[in-house]
Design a protein around this ligand. Structure first.
Ligand code: ATP
Ligand code: TZE
Ligand code: MG
Length: 274
């Protein structure tokens, strides 16, 4: 039964990746300085079109043209927050999907409030690591070590459900198992390799990939989110076969994502209902 379910998800994930490749959705990324390169290269290797435009002077012209918006608070500063809020407001008003990565949400009061304010602007999807999702669900500070998680993703399943219910967003928690919930259903994706945690911004990059997958099918955000996480994980697994450490895995992951074929996706994706 599980095998059939996994293959069905594999076929779905392949459909999403194929759509990203054929439609090449334009993704506006307002993201942190650390992640910009990996995020843009991840989107390009998946077939999407990244644009790192963040000025509030540009968003009124640019956000209406994009297929999805991605906001990541990793290197948050006073003057970037209004730019994020403006773009999120525009996306919500235009009914465009937008995806939030709440990096280090519980590391400071400023960051926690910024994330909660952004969540009030109705993101389609929120993807964080376990500590970030727990911090948001509890709205508590201090609750994380920094940008890295000090919890397992399984510790954050209830927090993810509660955040999905309070926000209306699909919530994804990354980790050894990536969990995705709409507050009601939960699925788990068991792809990826632990070494992915040793490359900075793989979480940021997969959140951007989620935005690209959701852009192709905004009314099925949960399916698109789980598929993006699993496909990125499969690329990591294939990349790891020839990598010698984090630096070469980074390169090989991007190459693998670019080269993924139907067989690799359908046989590699390990998504099941929880
Ligand atoms: N133990 C693990 N086994 C397999 N894959 C993992 C493991 N931990 C994380 N991953 C994968 O690594 C990627 C990044 O997840 P992680 O939870 O490290 O994000 P993050 O903490 O937000 O990262 P960053 O802030 O550096 O961008 C995801 O695709 C996730 O599935
Ligand atoms: C290391 C780091 N610091 C702020 S953002 C970022 C990238 C991973 O989230
Ligand atoms: Mg992160």
């Amino acid at each position: 039964m599980e095998d059939g379910e996994e293959r069905e998800w594999g076929a779905k994930a392949w459909t999403y990746l194929s759509s990203v490749r054929s439609l090449s959705p334009l993704i506006q990324c307002i993201t942190n300085f650390v992640s910009m390169d990996l995020t843009a290269n991840t989107l390009l290797s998946a077939g999407a079109s990244p644009a790192m435009l963040h000025s509030p002077n540009e968003s009124p012209d640019f956000t209406p043209q994009v297929n999805a918006l991605y906001i990541n608070v990793g290197t948050l500063s006073d003057n970037w927050l209004p730019a994020m809020e403006l773009a999120a407001q525009l996306a919500s008003k235009l009914n465009k999907p937008w995806v939030l990565d709440p990096v280090a949400a519980g590391a400071s009061r400023f960051r926690l409030k910024a994330c909660l304010d952004l969540i009030s602007l109705k993101p389609t999807v929120i993807r964080g690591n376990a500590s970030e999702i727990i911090a948001l669900a509890k709205a508590s500070f201090p609750s994380t070590k920094g940008v890295d998680s000090s919890h397992d993703s399984t510790d954050a399943v209830e927090a993810a459900k509660s955040l999905a219910n309070s926000s209306g967003a699909v919530v994804a928690v990354s980790g050894a198992v990536d969990f995705v919930t709409d507050g009601n259903r939960i699925v788990g994706a068991r792809n990826g390799v632990p070494m992915m945690q040793k490359i900075t911004a793989t979480g940021c990059a997969v959140t951007a990939l989620i935005a690209a997958f959701v852009a192709t099918d905004p009314s099925h955000a949960m399916e698109a989110t789980a598929s993006a996480l699993a496909v990125f994980g499969v690329a990591g697994e294939l990349g790891m076969e020839t990598a010698r450490g984090p630096a070469s895995l980074r390169t090989h992951l991007i190459d693998s994502l670019h080269g993924l074929d139907q067989t690799a996706v359908i046989s590699g994706v390990k998504i099941t209902a929880i």
